[in-house]
Design a binder for this molecule. Structure first.
Ligand SMILES: [Zn+2]
Length: 365
């Protein structure tokens, strides 16, 4: 065995790839970036590389280059990949790194400006705030970084935890974690999958990566693929920051500014989880979670049909057994049709079965 080449994981986007991106590994070979994916490899001279920030909240690092057939970009998938990239990048990329870090310093100045604004708000008057409330909240939401979002999620989960009855650890919790980890292998978030004893057919996500799964949902799914589909939908509410925006919408404006500025010291958080429960996702967010959920399934190499068959079966229920999940996730015909159309368009290669018996997984209930 030789010495392993120091490398980092990326999600690769390009003209010939599926829009969800493909998993790839990268390392530097002298002055060139070498990327290998299952269907080919690239060697990109570093002078062709442009670094920029982008991704779902504008904070991910993207390595981009233009080839004859179009533009490629490789997204650094997590903090470890970012650290490895910074460590391994040749000096010629150093200048670009400095420029991006300069951009981060400007964000620091913006934060100080926001602090000043917070101090002045009482003087500016409540009228101004009321007029600008939504814009101010949305602005604040974009300023919340992943670490603060995680803290918020932990606080919200701590509030609901006393009312939850966790299922004893065993085959069922192991199966949920197995599927959850497979779906979130590349995420920036650290997920916690909490299985709770509750007959309601439901699962819900909190900001920062806490996902609560009722035993009732596990009972109602006919296969590991169906369960993975519902879980992928919930995960995408976190990945797309719908849960965070929902929380920001529900919160008091002082709490919103407080969280944007990293101030958790006030008592404004006491009913956070309760407020969160009263705000629904928008229909547009639900559709986005469906389609992004399909991308999550695809990247995890899990067949996408399960999400559609489960939502369709639940939507057909008109009696009292119609699940709680659907009061939050209206699975109307339009949404199901969009799901079916997208699934039909997806190629069926690179899909691998989930390797365990769902009946066995459910035997722990
Ligand atoms: Zn949803």
């Amino acid at each position: 065995m030789g010495i392993p080449i120091p490398e980092f994981k990326v999600l690769l986007y390009g003209p010939s790839f599926h829009a969800a991106g493909i998993r790839a590994r990268a390392h530097f070979d002298g002055e060139s970036l070498a990327i290998s994916a299952h269907n080919g490899s690239f060697l990109v001279p570093s002078h062709l590389i442009t670094l920029r920030t982008g991704g779902f909240d504008g904070r991910q690092w993207l390595i981009t280059w233009v080839a004859q057939e179009g533009t490629y970009s490789a997204m650094l998938q997590n903090e470890a990949a970012l650290r490895a990239f910074v460590l391994l990048a040749p000096a010629s990329i150093g200048r670009q790194l400095q420029r991006i870090r300069g951009g981060r310093a400007r964000n620091g100045r913006l934060r100080r400006f926001a602090l000043l604004l917070l101090a002045l708000l009482p003087l500016l008057g409540v009228g101004l705030y009321t007029f600008q409330a939504d814009r101010l909240k949305q602005w604040a939401a974009t300023r919340i970084d992943l670490e603060r979002e995680r803290q918020l999620g932990d606080m919200a989960y701590a509030q609901i935890q006393p009312a939850l009855k966790p299922l004893d650890r065993g085959v069922t919790t192991a199966a949920v974690e197995n599927i959850g980890n497979r779906l979130t292998a590349e995420s920036y978030y650290h997920y916690h999958f909490h299985v709770v004893v509750d007959p309601g057919i439901n699962a819900y996500a909190l900001p920062g990566g806490h996902i609560v799964v009722n035993t009732g949902l596990i009972e109602a799914t006919n296969s590991a693929g169906e369960f993975a589909g519902v879980l992928a939908h919930e995960i995408s509410h976190v990945e797309q920051r719908h849960t965070l925006r929902k929380l920001v919408t529900a919160l008091d404006w002082r709490a919103v500014l407080g969280v944007a500025l990293g101030n958790y010291s006030s008592g404004l958080w006491i009913d956070m989880a309760e407020r969160l429960g009263h705000v629904a996702y928008s229909p547009a967010q639900e559709s986005e979670a469906d389609l992004d959920g399909l991308d999550i399934l695809r990247r995890a190499e899990i067949a996408p049909n399960g999400m559609e068959t489960f939502f369709a079966r639940m939507a057909a229920k008109t009696d009292a057994t119609r699940p709680v999940l659907l009061s939050v996730h209206p699975a109307e015909e339009v949404r199901l049709a969009a799901l079916r159309a997208t699934i039909v368009r997806q190629p069926r290669d690179d899909v691998y079965p989930i390797n365990f018996d769902w009946e066995l997984a459910r035997s722990g209930l």
